[in-house]
Design a binder for this molecule. Structure first.
Ligand code: NAI
Ligand code: 15L
Length: 267
């Protein structure tokens, strides 16, 4: 089944705006939701302001759609109260709303920061265990587990994307490994909307020569990235992150931030 009635959360954000533009006019219904202003509805669009932390509002938000692209949430490190509400309660509300509404599938924007404490001389895959580098990264690891619960227990197809650095182009040496081009992001979400899966975790990354991630699971689903950050190597290679921890661990600057651990435990 190709879903034709889609809910996009986080629609006012950077990646949400990109999908809104890229998918304009493609679906019978494109329901856009956020707490931030989203402008006027275009053809086929429905605009619904909704706080993901409000379970009842999220329940109605999920009614009548086949698929959900769940980008809404806080995308950076901050305090527990905010992250708890927007990212953890918000994601639970979203999947519970999807279950009650009989939604076929959810694509969840996880993050590479769910695995950011792994050294960057190690190749990870979607099956690698979380090693969050922040409270933010932990909210994404929990979101992946929520996805597994609703897939295996409640029959909602769930695809979690551990997104790297989704930018117009890489902006430093780390991004030569973590970059996800805008075009490849749209391609990956398109695969998520149509591919046959039950529960998968893949990385949101382009076909980077220096990638730290084995994304063969995404390729099996039909993802064919077109971009490689290496094209920008000469431009950004000299732009290095400032500390050893940031340079040597996958989460970059999230790793030294508030770090009070033992470096020798990190491997
Ligand atoms: P963004 O901050 O531009 O967009 C997120 C949107 O979520 C915002 O418009 C915000 O208003 C909305 N939001 C936050 N809390 C909410 C709540 N309680 N209820 C309803 N809406 C709420 O972030 P961006 O960059 O577009 O990221 C989208 C998703 O992708 C996020 O979940 C982020 O964690 C994830 N991601 C993004 C990466 C990137 O490179 N941009 C990398 C890894 C993950
Ligand atoms: C993320 O999860 C953030 O949302 C984004 O702003 C970048 O920091 C990205 O990861 C990254 O690791 O580059």
């Amino acid at each position: 089944m190709t879903p034709n009635r889609i809910l996009l959360t986080g629609a006012a954000g950077r990646l949400g705006s990109l999908l809104r533009q890229s998918f304009a006019g493609r679906f019978e219904l494109f329901r856009l939701s956020d707490v931030a202003p989203m402008g006027a509805a275009g053809e086929g669009e429905e605009i619904v302001a909704c706080d993901l932390a409000d379970a009842a509002a999220v329940q109605s938000l999920c009614e009548g759609v086949d698929a959900i692209i769940h980008l809404g949430g806080i995308p950076y490190e901050t305090g527990w109260p905010e992250l708890l509400q927007s990212n953890i309660v918000g994601t639970i509300n979203l999947y519970e709303g999807a279950r009650r509404a009989g939604v076929d599938r959810v694509i969840f924007a996880s993050s590479n920061h769910a695995t950011g404490m792994h050294p960057n001389d190690r190749i990870l895959s979607g099956e690698s265990p979380p090693r969050p580098d922040s409270r933010y990264g932990l909210t994404k690891a929990i979101g992946e587990d929520v996805a597994a619960l609703y897939a295996y227990k409640h029959g909602i197809r769930s695809l979690s994307l551990r997104i790297g650095s989704c930018l117009p182009k890489p902006d430093n040496k780390r991004a030569l490994s973590t970059w996800l081009s805008h075009g490849d992001f749209v391609r990956l979400v398109q695969v998520g909307l149509t591919a046959d899966y039950i529960h998968e975790i893949v990385y949101g990354v382009s076909r980077n020569t220096r990638s730290w991630w084995d994304n063969s699971a995404a390729y099996r689903l039909g993802y064919e990235p077109q971009d490689d950050a290496e094209v920008y190597a000469a431009e950004v290679e000299a732009i290095e992150l400032g500390t050893d921890l940031a340079r040597n661990y996958q989460g970059g600057n999230f790793v030294p931030d508030e770090f009070s651990g033992r470096k020798e435990w990190l491997g």
